[in-house]
Design a protein around this ligand. Structure first.
Ligand code: F3S
Length: 421
C-alpha cells in the first residue's frame, strides 16, 4: 500500500507509540483488503468507553494509554451509547452492578480527556453537526444501524468498523477499500415496493423483510415517494437486522441515487416485489399469542425529537398502566430538547421512563423496574415498534412474548395493559 510521508512517519513511531500501533493496525487491515492507499477521514464514531463487556476492558486500557501519552483524537469523534454519565438517573432504572458502573464512568472520563464528544447515542447523525456528514465524506463508524444511515441517507462513506474506528480517530486515516470505493456502492437487487407504508414500524418491517433477502448486498427500493427521518432511521436499522445491508438507494430520496443506478434491468441480478403481505408477515413473526402487556420499549434506535413529541401527545392527560413499564430511549441532546418543549414532563408525568442507554447492553439485575441481560429473568410480554428490538430481545432480554406494532399501538398498550383492539 502506498503511504504518504506523514503516514510513514506515524508507522515508524515518530508521532508516538499509540499512533504507530494504530497505523500498523490500519495498514494490516488495508493489506487484507488490497487497499492501494490511505484516505483522510472527516469523522470517527467509536465504541470506546460506551458499553460494559466485562471486568477486563480493552477499550479502557487503550484510552488510558492514549491519555497517559497525551494523545488526542485527530478528527471529530463521538461515542456510542450507554449514557450513565450523561444521565446518572439511568442507573436508578438499569441497576447495573457497582463495579460496572464505576468502570463505565471511568471510561467516560477518559473519553473526554481523549477528545471524544460524548453524544452517548446510537443515532449520532441526529445529535450534532460533528456527526452529520454530507455526500461523499469519508468516515469511520461502528453500530450497524448508524452505518446504514450514514451510507444511505447522508451519502457519507463508511465500512462496518470495530476497533478501526478508534485507530482512525487517533490517526485521521483509513485504508481505502470496501464502501469507500464507487464500485462497491452499486446495487445488486431491485425491489419494487408495492407495500403500503403508513408509519415508521411499517418501514422497520419492510427493512427486516428486504434485509433477509439481501444479506450483505445493496438494494434499490423503488416505489417509495416520501419518507420522514424516523422512517429512514427505522428502515436503515431493520435492513441491518434482517440482513447486514450497509447501504440502500431510494430513487428521489437518497442522495447517491443517480441516473447511473437504473431501475430497469441494467446490472441488477435480482428484481423482486415487496407487497403488503411481506410486511404483514414480519408483524406476524413478532406477534405474541398473549395480549397482556408488561413492558413497552421504544427508541431502538434512539428516538427523534419528533417521536418524543408524538409520544407526549399520545400520553397527554393519560397514565401508563400500573402493571406496565414504559421505557423510551433517546440521546441526551434529544432529551434536552424534549425538556425545553415540555414533552419530557408530559411523558414522565404519565409514568414513562426516558433513558439514554441501550436496554440490550445493560448488565442489570431485576430491580424495582424490569431490567435486562439476566439469563434467569423473564421480563414478561414485550411490545415494541422496532423490528431490531423485537429480533434481538428474544435472546438477550428474554421476554415471554414479543409483539411488534406501531408507536401509537405501543402507547395504547402501555396505557391499557393490553395490545391490539
Ligand atoms: Fe440503539 Fe441499542 Fe437499539 S444501541 S439501535 S437502542 S439495540
Amino acid at each position: 500500500m502506498y503511504l504518504s510521508p506523514e503516514e510513514e512517519k506515524m508507522l515508524k513511531g515518530e508521532s508516538g507509540d499509540l499512533a504507530r500501533e494504530a497505523m500498523r493496525y490500519l495498514v494490516k487491515l488495508g493489506d487484507a483488503f488490497d487497499a492501494k492507499r490511505m484516505i483522510d477521514i472527516d469523522y470517527s464514531y467509536c465504541f470506546v468507553g460506551t458499553a460494559y463487556w466485562g471486568p477486563g476492558s480493552l477499550t479502557k486500557g487503550l484510552l488510558k494509554q492514549a491519555v497517559n501519552q497525551g494523545v488526542r483524537v485527530k478528527v471529530p469523534t463521538t461515542n456510542w451509547n450507554y449514557g450513565f454519565e450523561a444521565d446518572p438517573g439511568t442507573q436508578r432504572f438499569v441497576k447495573i452492578p457497582p463495579a460496572a458502573f464505576t468502570q463505565l464512568t471511568d471510561e467516560a472520563r477518559l473519553c473526554r480527556k481523549f477528545g471524544i464528544v460524548p453524544v452517548n447515542t446510537c443515532t449520532p447523525y441526529l445529535a450534532t453537526d460533528i456527526s452529520w456528514h454530507p455526500l461523499g465524506s469519508h468516515i469511520s463508524s461502528v453500530e450497524s444501524s448508524a452505518i446504514t444511515y450514514f451510507n444511505s441517507v447522508l451519502g457519507a462513506r463508511t465500512n462496518r468498523d470495530g476497533m478501526a474506528a478508534f485507530f482512525s480517530a487517533i490517526t485521521g486515516k483509513y485504508p481505502e477499500f470496501g464502501l469507500h470505493l464507487d464500485e462497491n456502492r452499486v446495487a445488486k437487487y431491485l425491489f419494487n415496493v408495492s407495500a403500503k407504508l403508513e408509519n415508521a414500524t411499517d418501514y422497520s418491517a419492510l427493512g427486516y423483510a428486504v434485509g433477509k433477502i439481501c444479506g450483505l448486498d445493496i438494494p434499490i427500493l423503488n416505489g417509495i415517494h416520501r419518507a420522514k427521518t424516523g422512517d429512514l432511521k427505522a428502515l436503515s436499522t431493520a435492513l441491518s437486522t434482517g440482513g447486514g445491508v450497509p447501504l440502500f438507494h431510494i430513487p428521489g430520496i437518497t442522495p447517491e441515487f443517480t441516473a447511473s443506478h437504473r431501475t430497469d434491468d441494467q446490472g441488477l441480478e435480482e428484481k423482486l416485489t415487496i407487497t403488503s403481505e411481506d410486511v404483514k408477515a414480519v408483524y406476524e413473526e413478532f406477534s405474541s399469542p398473549e395480549d397482556k402487556v408488561d413492558f413497552v420499549c421504544l427508541g431502538c434506535p434512539h428516538s427523534t425529537v419528533h417521536e418524543l413529541s408524538k409520544i407526549a401527545s399520545l400520553l397527554r392527560g393519560k397514565k401508563v398502566n400500573k402493571r406496565v413499564t414504559l421505557w423510551i430511549m433517546a440521546s441526551p441532546q434529544t432529551i434536552s430538547l424534549a425538556k425545553l418543549s415540555g414533552d419530557l414532563d408530559i411523558i414522565q408525568g404519565a409514568g414513562g421512563v426516558v433513558l439514554t442507554t441501550c436496554p440490550m447492553l445493560s448488565p442489570g439485575k431485576p430491580g424495582p423496574f424490569h431490567t435486562f441481560s439476566n439469563p434467569d429473568y423473564s421480563m414478561g410480554n414485550l411490545l415494541t415498534d422496532s423490528a431490531k428490538m423485537a429480533y434481538y430481545s428474544t435472546n438477550i432480554m428474554r421476554p415471554s412474548g414479543i409483539s411488534l406494532c406501531s408507536l401509537e399501538g405501543c402507547i395504547d398498550g402501555a396505557i391499557r395493559g393490553r395490545s391490539g383492539g
